[in-house]
Ligand binder design. Sequence first.
Ligand code: FMN
Length: 535
Amino acid sequence: MLDFRDAIAAQRESGLLRDIDRPVDIRYLGTLIEDSETALLFNNVTDYNIPVVSGLMNSRERMGLAYGCNFNEIQAKLRDGVARPIHHQLVNTGASREVCYQERDSVDLFSLPIPLFAQLDGGPMITAGVTIASDGSGGINAGVYRYLLREKNLTGIDLVTPNDLRRIVENNTVAGKSTPISINIGTHPAVTLATTFRPPGGVDEIEIAGGVLGEPVQLTPCATVDVPCLADAEIVLEAEILPTGWVNPEGRFGEFTRIMGALHWNPHVRIKAIYTRKNPIFWALHMPWEVSWISAVIQEASLRQSLHEANIDVKAINITPGGTCFFHAVISVSGRVGEGKQAIHAAFAADDFKQIVVVDEDIDVFNPLEVEWAVATRVQADIDVVVTSGMRSKPLDPSVTLVTGRMPTTSKMGIDATMSPDIPRARFERISYAFADEVDTEAYLGTNDVKVDGSEKTDLDGLSVKIRSIVDDTPTYYAELLKRFWSVGANNVNRALGLLHETGDLWQDEEGRICLKSSTTAATPPTSKLTNRLQ
Ligand SMILES: Cc1cc2nc3c(=O)[nH]c(=O)nc-3n(C[C@H](O)[C@H](O)[C@H](O)COP(=O)(O)O)c2cc1C
């Protein structure tokens, strides 16, 4: 797996990242990134000495490249890391310690090119800060949180969601203590991914990152706070979350939901030292898509875990971009009886999903038209739609009802769009066009001449005798007869069949194949003339 600098180089080499060398006003960065087809590395941001890279994870393709694999394979790497975590290695120093700004006056966040992303954001926001804290019981906790620029050595932090860091900070705040942290910007993609994953309590995310990498992540001690930092980060802020409590206005912020989040109330963060590489690059992780594609991987990994434990035979999963790569999933399954509903309930147990659609494996989960078609043709709402209410929610979902004094809850909907086991499969048979495998479409519809063989002259009576004998032996589809008598052409086959129809001998079986009326498999007509009987 590539590290941060390798990922930049790989994207540049593949034409997925552009260097912008002309001077750029930092006020325009958010929009320029949003409008760009590629990741951008701004080498000359006016009034700043540090280049800014952004959009590294803005698409499936770019994210795949950063991880040195196909996008769909990243979640498997993450699950491997969860299954086989590797403890970090503590080293004396690293590239992230090359330059130090530790004295009170030299700690100057205003020297970092921290951009404004959305027009209504509360201010410039550090978005790519992998944050390491002590978990209070001898281990470390890591996650990514945003930091709103306030003073040269003060930021906000968003800790409204009930995650591990919030719990740690709550405990310290009650004890009147601040929470030492290192904020690591410009990190190995494996570390960014693993630290945004929410493993079961007590599991160290840095160990998961090691598991993803197949080698220990190197940590090195901070100078001013008693927590380690990443040895290879571009920039490290040594800091402490002050025990102010959730009393300072923070945000608003253009969220991963593509919606402006509300003003939040949060603690403040004091920055005690800034360490950087000699020539650091600032990663301005762009909202929402750089978060969305990371979320898609994390959500898929946790959904797969849940489905695995419920013994669901999963064929494919799409965490859909329309569902913000977070709330919605389309899952295809092998179609064992009851698997659709089973999968829905297992998926409800994985956090944060609000809408689950389960389809059979013949449906391409990445094709919205196919998925909607499955819902249209395989769903009866009264038996196939499952709704559950009062489940854990993501407070950032603007549709949940906020209740003072407790976390809001959410309802979840599952649609079982698999074929009912009680309906014959023939009722779901897809159209396949006649002789699709044989026709040279390009030649016929292009400008080249196509050689069409004329039909052989034929004795229609003789042909009808042959056809009669075939359908007497085995009920046969009309197309099969055309194929058997290809050289005489469709018109002669039709005429020969016409002769047989005139005798009144021809009929069809329940599958629609041509047979003789006297055949034991011939379909029986409805008893009443006015009954329109369907299969
Ligand atoms: C780019 C990015 C920014 C994030 N910002 C925040 C944030 O500001 N606040 C928050 O609570 N979670 C944020 N998250 C989600 C957390 O990183 C994630 O839930 C993590 O697992 C929390 O870890 P913890 O439970 O160990 O505290 C962000 C995720 C990403 C990918």
